[in-house]
Design a protein around this ligand. Sequence first.
Ligand SMILES: Cc1cc2nc3c(=O)[nH]c(=O)nc-3n(C[C@H](O)[C@H](O)[C@H](O)COP(=O)(O)O)c2cc1C
Length: 185
Amino acid sequence: MGLLKGGINEIIATTAKNAAPIGIHHRDGKATMILLSGSHTAENIGRDGWVVANFVHDPVLYVKTAFGDLPEDAFTEEPVNGTTLYRLAGADAWIAFLAKVEKKTNEAIVVSLTKEKEIIEEVAVYPVNRGFNSIIDATVHATRYRINHEIKLRHLIDYHMDIVRKCGGKKELAALALLEGYLAE
Ligand SMILES: Cc1cc2nc3c(=O)[nH]c(=O)nc-3n(C[C@H](O)[C@H](O)[C@H](O)COP(=O)(O)O)c2cc1C
């Protein structure tokens, strides 16, 4: 058993010195990503053929990497089978994958992932927190809302923001403030 669980694993993907939250679909022993065309992650995978899945529990990092860039020192080099890859310096755990584009349409690419190396750096226990989960949900909806401004998405974002206010700790509230800033842009 590896680190990926069944279903969609919301990790932070690093490709070159770029980071973005991405879902890894893990079913029947197969791991895949569906990437909207035009993102840096999609471009880098098409060019370099690798991606690292970073397991982190900092809600601020999910918001920052969904909308902005991280400083250089947020990344660290990892030599994996003769290639230098980049992962997040603060990752609790990470998996390096070979990434192959299996399908390409105008809107998206489907990428199959083959595990090369998997490491746990830190062992920590995190209680389930609805505020953390709702930061992830609000951020997913916000990445789409910023493109299409659908009112349905705005309602979902507001619903999840209320849960963050009610259930979140300091880190979730800091992530919320950041997200509100990106939505106001
Ligand atoms: C939790 C979460 C999961 C996401 N999953 C995906 C995904 O599976 N595929 C995708 O194309 N975008 C996904 N996104 C949106 C990207 O993170 C977003 O478009 C980002 O700006 C891409 O950054 P990049 O241009 O640096 O690659 C997700 C966002 C969040 C917050």
